[in-house]
Design a protein around this ligand. Structure first.
Ligand code: SF4
Length: 399
C-alpha cells in the first residue's frame, strides 16, 4: 500500500542545478527568468535555458514553476505580457506571484496557474479566502505560520498549501524589509537583497555605565530544517514542501533533494519513519554548507532560539569536487571540476538513489591522458570509474 506524501519542491538556480535537483528526486522545481523574480544574483534562466529546463523536467514527470514575485512599478508591468506569452508557450506548470498587479495581469491575459508567493505573507484563513476568490490556486504561506495553523487554513479553504521545509530564513516578514535598500542601496523587493541582516552590528547604548557597547550578529537567523516534522506536515495534508536556496551550490541542490526525497519515499512505502533513518538523513543535511539549524515557526513561533548570533560564516563540512559529465563503465569518469583535488584523495560519489560511495583517486588525467598532479577548477579530468556512477552525480570531498 502506498501512503500519501507532499510534493518536494526544490530550487533551480541554474539549468545545471535544475538537472541536479530533478535527478536527485525533486517532484517539482522553481526558477526565475531574467526579470520579475527576487533573485538578481542567481544565474536566472534565459529563454533557451528555460525551454531546455522545462523539457528536461517534464520528460521526467517533474513540474516547473516560474517565480514572478517582485513588486512592480507600472513601467515594469508593461513588459510583463510578453514574458507571460513565453511562459504559456513553454507550458510551465505555475507562476509564483506576490504583487496584486502581477496576479491581475497573469489571470486576465493567460490561463497560467497562479501560486501566491510567501512574499505576500498570507498567515490566516480570511486572507487565504480572499486570494482564493481572486483565482489563486496555491498559497505559499508566510514562514511565520505553524504547521497546525496551516492545517486549519487548508481545511477551511481546500486550497493547495505550500510551506518551507528547509533553507535560509529571512528575519523580516518574508522579505518585507528595506534594511538592504537603506544600508547597501539594494532593493530587497526587486531581487537585490544584500543580506544585511547577516552583518555584524554595533549596539550603542546611551547609558554607557549600564551595559557595555558590543558587536553582534543579532539579526541573523539560523537555517530552517523541518525533516523531523515530516510526520506533522503529512498529517496536516500540506501539499508541497519547499526548499529555499536558488543561490546555493550544486551540492546543496543535490543533497537536500536526495535526503528529503529519500525520506518521503520511505514514508510513501512504509507509512512511518524510523529514528535511525532520521539520524542518517540529519547527518547528511549537516554535510552541506549551513548555519545552525532551527525549526523556525513550524511548531512554535520563532524566537530568540532562532537567532544565529555566534558567527557569520556558514559551516562547510564538504566541498564539491566536481560533477560527473560521463561515466565510461569500467574505465573512467569524466568530471567537470568545481574545486581542486589530487591523486591519493578519497572523494565521495553521490548516486541518485543509492547510498554514497567512497572513490579513491588512484589516477588523475587530462582529457588527452596526461597525468596531472592536481585538478583545476573549470577543467574536465578523468578519474577512476566507480560502479553505479552516472552523469550529473555530484562528487564531493571532506573539507
Ligand atoms: S536583509 Fe535579511 S531580513 Fe532583510 S530581506 Fe534580506 S534576508 Fe530578509
Amino acid at each position: 500500500m502506498s501512503h500519501w506524501t507532499p510534493e518536494l519542491l526544490s530550487p533551480a538556480g541554474s539549468l545545471e542545478k535544475l538537472k541536479v535537483a530533478v535527478l536527485y528526486g525533486a517532484d517539482a522545481v522553481y526558477l526565475g527568468g531574467q526579470k520579475f523574480g527576487l533573485r538578481q544574483a542567481s544565474d536566472n534562466f534565459t529563454y533557451e535555458e528555460l525551454a531546455e529546463g522545462v523539457e528536461f523536467a517534464h520528460s521526467r514527470g517533474v513540474l516547473v514553476y516560474v517565480v514572478l514575485n517582485s513588486f512592480l512599478h507600472d513601467k515594469d508591468l508593461l513588459e510583463l505580457p510578453e514574458f507571460l506569452t513565453l511562459l504559456v508557450d513553454l507550458k510551465i506548470d505555475a507562476v509564483i506571484v506576490s504583487d496584486l498587479g502581477v496576479i491581475e495581469t497573469v489571470l486576465s491575459l493567460t490561463d497560467l496557474v497562479v501560486h501566491l508567493s510567501t512574499q505576500a505573507s498570507c498567515l490566516n484563513i480570511e486572507s487565504a479566502k480572499l486570494w482564493q476568490q481572486m483565482g489563486v490556486k496555491r498559497i505559499v504561506l508566510g514562514r511565520e505560520v505553524t504547521i497546525q495553523e496551516a492545517r486549519k487554513i487548508k481545511e477551511a479553504t481546500r486550497l493547495e498549501i505550500e510551506m518551507f521545509v528547509h533553507g535560509s530564513m529571512c528575519m523580516s516578514f518574508s522579505g518585507n524589509c528595506v534594511i538592504s535598500n537603506y544600508t547597501q542601496g539594494r532593493d530587497s523587493n526587486r531581487g537585490g537583497c544584500a543580506h544585511s541582516c547577516r552583518f555584524e552590528y554595533s549596539l550603542d547604548f546611551k547609558n554607557e555605565d549600564s551595559m557595555e557597547n558590543k558587536k553582534a550578529y543579532f539579526m541573523s537567523s539560523k537555517d530552517l530544517e523541518g525533516i523531523r516534522l515530516l510526520p506533522e506536515f503529512i498529517e496536516a495534508g500540506i501539499d508541497s514542501l519547499k526548499v529555499e536556496g536558488r543561490n546555493k551550490s550544486h551540492h546543496y541542490a543535490g543533497t537536500i533533494s536526495k535526503v528529503y526525497s529519500e525520506a518521503l519515499g520511505h514514508y510513501k512505502k512504509h507509512g512511518h519513519f524510523l529514528s535511525d533513518d532520521m539520524l542518517n538523513w540529519e547527518s547528511e543535511l549537516r554535510k552541506v554548507s549551513h548555519r545552525d539549524y532551527t525549526t523556525g515557526s513550524l511548531d512554535v513561533y520563532a524566537g530568540v532560539d532562532s537567532i544565529y548570533n555566534q558567527r557569520v560564516d556558514e559551516d562547510n563540512e564538504y566541498v564539491v569536487s566536481g560533477i560527473v559529465l560521463e561515466a565510461c563503465v569500467g574505465k573512467h569518469l569524466l568530471v567537470d571540476v568545481k574545486s581542486a583535488f589530487m591523486p591519493g584523495d578519497i572523494l565521495e560519489v553521490m548516486p541518485f538513489k543509492t547510498p554514497i560511495e567512497n572513490l579513491s583517486v588512484t589516477f588523475l588525467e587530462s582529457l588527452s591522458g596526461v597525468s596531472l598532479p592536481k585538478s583545476k577548477p573549470g577543467s574536465v579530468v578523468k578519474i577512476p570509474y566507480i560502479l553505479g556512477a552516472e552523469k550529473f552525480n555530484i562528487i564531493r570531498k571532506k573539507a
